[in-house]
Design a protein around this ligand. Structure first.
Ligand SMILES: [Zn+2]
Ligand SMILES: [Zn+2]
Length: 363
């Protein structure tokens, strides 16, 4: 990604008759058109201008680059065009190429995180969607490697802190938070964990893994809900891009978290996550259309937690029709559906298990 920032003085070019214009161009990729943003100021407002420049940079960084997608003409699944190299037009994914050549891929073997072989406890604090369908809480899943001191919170929807307390846990039990994207039902509960740290006088660090723009989004949300609140403990926000990965804290038993692009919003980042911890591999979809990348990443995984928002197709989400149709290509050892709308919850035979609030399992 590259940026160009220009500060135009009075009378220059088309500064619009105002004293100073700050203009930002951001190129997410070298071969794409830039996005543009600009603001106007009175001359001499250096502090305001500096703040504006940093705000423009933040916005440019947070909004871009969104992955370019390409659809396989054989299986209709969506892939990241850059990762796939998009060698053939019309595009055919590698899975379909292998199938045509009679060499189906084997599931990945031997993936592991730290504390190999211990297993992972999975607790669904919130298995529901943004609308509270069926009375289910919004997205939050607590993971703990068996025997580890602390756990990982996968998304932090509103109400997650109350659910933690209801499960006999609290914010002190979490050493890492992994966020799929910045819709309220997936991260709106985080300030309450930060607030509760005042009560417990937390000193232990918290590592937050997030899509680009995470530090700014989280600080803005906290300031909105509790103006002036500052975490009194070391909080580290790691903003990752697909292809990067981050280690999970030792307190969680170690392991790694790897983001990959989800197909949820056209111009903003949303991630699915592959977590390798306790000798297990867990894949979480976040909110997304069903993608070929998701099937690749979850191949051989011990657990795939996938969203299923409706019965029939809806943009940026996965329908029950679609995930059932993809069943022969899903190679995770176990699948649990979350983010289910009312219609999905009422299906007499959902084919896959639907996770419910309070559900607890060990993989
Ligand atoms: Zn959602
Ligand atoms: Zn969403």
């Amino acid at each position: 990604m590259s940026f160009e920032i220009r500060i135009l003085g009075e009378g220059e070019e088309d500064a619009g008759g105002r004293a100073v214009e700050v203009r930002l161009k951001a190129w997410p990729r070298a071969d794409e058109d830039p996005t543009e943003d600009s603001l106007f100021f009175a001359a001499g407002d250096e502090e305001e201008i500096l703040e504006a420049v940093s705000g423009l940079l933040r916005r440019g960084t947070a909004a871009l680059p969104a992955p370019r997608r390409v659809t396989c003409r054989r299986c209709d699944l969506v892939f990241d065009a850059v990762a796939e190299g998009e060698r053939r037009r019309p595009f055919v994914c590698r899975g379909c190429q292998d199938a045509a050549a009679g060499t189906p891929r084997e599931p990945e073997q031997g993936l592991s995180g730290g504390a190999a072989g211990r297993g992972v406890e999975v607790r669904f604090l919130g298995a529901g969607n943004a609308f509270g369908a069926g009375g289910r809480r919004q997205a939050a899943i607590f993971l703990r490697v068996r025997g580890a001191a602390k756990g990982v919170l996968l998304d932090a929807g509103p109400g997650c802190h109350a659910a933690l307390r209801g499960a006999g846990l609290d914010g002190e039990d979490i050493a890492a938070v992994v966020l799929s994207h910045f819709h309220g039902d997936h991260y709106g509960g985080l300030p309450f964990i930060e607030l509760d740290a005042l009560r417990t006088r937390r000193r232990d660090p918290l590592r937050i893994l997030a899509p680009p723009g995470g530090a700014h989004r989280l600080a803005a949300l906290r300031e909105c809900l509790y103006p002036g609140l500052r975490p009194g403990f070391p909080e580290e926000v790691l903003e990752l891009l697909p292809g990067e990965s981050a280690s999970l804290p030792d307190a969680c038993g170690g392991g790694r978290a790897l983001p990959f692009p989800a197909a949820h919003q056209p111009t903003r980042w949303a991630f699915g996550w592959k977590l390798q911890l306790g000798g297990r591999t867990l894949v979480y979809s976040g909110d997304t259309a069903l993608t070929g990348r998701m099937l690749q990443e979850s191949s051989g995984a011990d657990l795939l937690i996938h969203e299923c928002s409706g019965v029939s197709p809806l943009p940026g989400h996965t329908s029950h029709q679609e995930i059932v149709a993809a069943r022969p290509r899903i190679r995770a050892r176990r699948v649990l559906l979350v983010h289910a709308g009312t219609e999905v919850q009422r299906l007499p035979d959902p084919v896959f298990d639907l996770a419910h609030d309070g559900q607890r399992l060990v993989v």
